[in-house]
Design a protein around this ligand. Sequence first.
Ligand code: SF4
Ligand code: SF4
Length: 225
Amino acid sequence: MPKVEVYYRDSEPEPGISLRIRDKSASVEDLLEAWQPLCDDETLFKAFAQDNYSMCRGCTTNCCNTAYVIPDIISFKQMAYHLHLSHDEFLQSYFQKEKLAVGLPRMKPDPCIFLKDNMCTIYPLRSLICRFYVCTRLSGPVEQFIYSLTWTGITAAILYAEKNGLLQTQPAAGLSSMDILFKGLIEEYRYNPNVQLFMNAEEYSDIPLLPFIDSYTSELVDVRL
Ligand code: SF4
Ligand code: SF4
């Protein structure tokens, strides 16, 4: 039996994509494996997909055209390694200079620098923010859970970059509303102890899921655990 199960739930009070953690040792990698079929599912309603029912692969309205992507630390390191670039070279070549200047490592957008012919050219290495985004309804606890995981991983990347002198840490002016929102989230997660789980990990399989469960998301855990 898989350690994490992802399924669609019609019933109130929390309809939408739901998931169940069935093993105490389940990791972020297990969740990603269970989640991936949603992207490939042509029977799932997707708000922006062609005819609302098609795979993300080759999507012509593609969220990657406008996405604001800040990678989590695992993806950041893996993408740089794959491109044979130092972390600094990666930041300088693939990230928006004006956002780096305000302490936000946003990958070059409009469209994303990795999007070619409507396809992601680093698909297996794409970041959590990309992997978890599917334009379909999620149940409230699932949304909260993946949001928490993603922003913890992003905050770990920011702290890593700051610690290694790769990012501007001074207060910045001229922020967009999205920049302000993201900076607020990073400050919110900066002292979250789960950031260390990402900082200490080399792969998603090194990061356990259970520490990210709180009272609101506890329904995602199999009651027998
Ligand atoms: S999540 Fe993105 S790529 Fe997938 S169907 Fe929606 S808009 Fe297209
Ligand atoms: S990294 Fe890939 S999945 Fe993410 S926005 Fe860019 S093209 Fe899309």
